[in-house]
Every structure is written in C-alpha cells, then in structure tokens.
Design a binder for this molecule. Sequence first.
Ligand SMILES: Cc1cc2nc3c(=O)[nH]c(=O)nc-3n(C[C@H](O)[C@H](O)[C@H](O)COP(=O)(O)O)c2cc1C
Length: 248
Amino acid sequence: MYEEHPNALALIKNRKSVRDFIERDVEPEKRQAIYDAILAAPTTENMMMYSVISVSDPEIRAKLSKQPAIRRAPMVLVFCADYRRWSRIFDGMTESNRRPQEGEYQLAVIDTVIAAENAVLAAETLGLSSVYLGDIMEHFEDRTAALGCPAGVVPVVTLCIGYATEQQLNRAPIRRYQQKYLIHEEVYQDFDRGELMEMLRDRGQYESMEQMQTWLAKFSARCVEGKGSIERTRSIRAAIDSWSKLSF
Ligand SMILES: Cc1cc2nc3c(=O)[nH]c(=O)nc-3n(C[C@H](O)[C@H](O)[C@H](O)COP(=O)(O)O)c2cc1C
C-alpha cells in the first residue's frame, strides 16, 4: 500500500509542474487511485463527456508531442472531450435535425479538464508529480489518427505523470500574480494598462523594467502570432467541425 499526503490544502498550494522524471514506474494501485479520482470528478448532468487514453507506446507518444516530458514520464494520459457516446445514445430519440455544436463542445471540454485536474491532485497526494502538455490541441487530424479517435472525440490536454527528479523537486515554484488582480468582489474590476504592468512587475522576476519589456515583447509575439497559437485555433475549428458529423 501507499501513504497519501495528509494535508490537501498544503499539497494544492505547493504543487508545481514537473517536466522530468526518474526511472520508476507508477505502481498499479496508484494508477488505479488516479483513475478513481478522474471518475469522481464533477461532470455536467453526470454525463462524463470525456475519455482518457493511457499511452505507453513510444511510437504513439512521439506522434503526440516533441516535448521531452512525454518520453520520460512512466504514465501519460490524454484527456479527450467525448460526445460520441451520447450522440449514439441520443440518436433517433427525437425528430431534431440539430447536431452537436459549440455548446456541447464547451460542456465536454469543461468535464474533461475538471477530470484531468482531479488526476493532477490525486497524483500529488500519492507522491507523484505531473505536467500538462497543451500541444495535443494542435494538428487535430494527426493526433486523432495516432490515437484512433473517431468523430466526436477530441484530444484536449495531455498529462504526464511520474516521480520527479531531485532537480525538479528543488526548483523554486513559479510565483503567481497577486490575488487582487484575479479575485473580484461582487463585480468585475477592470484594471487599466498601468495597473496591469504593475501586476507583471510585482511578480518580481525581472531585474528592471527594461528586462520586463523585453520579455513581454517576446511573450506577446508568441501568444498573438506564434505558429503554435495559430495552428491551435485552426485545429480547434477542425475539431468542432468534426462534431457536426455526429447526430443526436
Ligand atoms: C492547458 C495547459 C497546457 C500546458 N501546456 C504545457 C506544455 O505544453 N508544456 C509545458 O512544459 N507546460 C505546460 N503547461 C504547464 C504550465 O506551463 C504551468 O502550469 C505554468 O507555467 C505554471 O507553473 P506551475 O504549474 O509549475 O505552477 C500547461 C498547463 C496547462 C494548464
């Protein structure tokens, strides 16, 4: 048997992403505990609009991401939004011609992500670490082919789980932005650009304003015009289009 972490809040606060793992497999009972946590996650109307694909084959993994974590992790789970099951169940139940659309997609993605985060927290309680990989949202056609996903099953996020290396465990956590910018009372508070620059500066990882501006220029270019960002949008449009192949 294994010991679980006794203090859930401390565990949530101290968690950080881990991108390198020692060569130690995840024990079967821990894998099962992670699956149990996934299945217990909150889910729209109890519909569980996700499927999780556990991938160990290095050839399949190589088709999902070029990031080293996917090669190193003993446990790789791909969380997919899945409306296929319900489309089959509903098929022919009504006269409607409507097909699953953005609304169904959004609910399924929410279900999927909540299930994934349950896996993250369960892994932490078991002494394991993890990192999400978001590049599964790109190249929809190739990723679904590699995973054998039929229409209505869309990979949303990959989770790499394993035992952290010493170096990763000792790495300082990434500081968050201050609470006042993120958590609002009663109504939304719209900060002006000056305040938002202060929010960035306050995180304290820049030695000077000039250094922060340099980082910001690169970061905004990546988010706005980066190849990954543009491909992700194309890919998600293709994914949503594929849902219209389903019927109710
Ligand atoms: C949807 C999503 C996608 C992510 N994709 C990647 C990724 O592709 N590669 C990576 O190294 N980390 C990825 N991360 C991890 C974030 O970079 C990390 O959570 C963030 O920088 C905060 O660091 P922390 O988790 O250590 O607190 C992703 C996280 C989320 C939630």
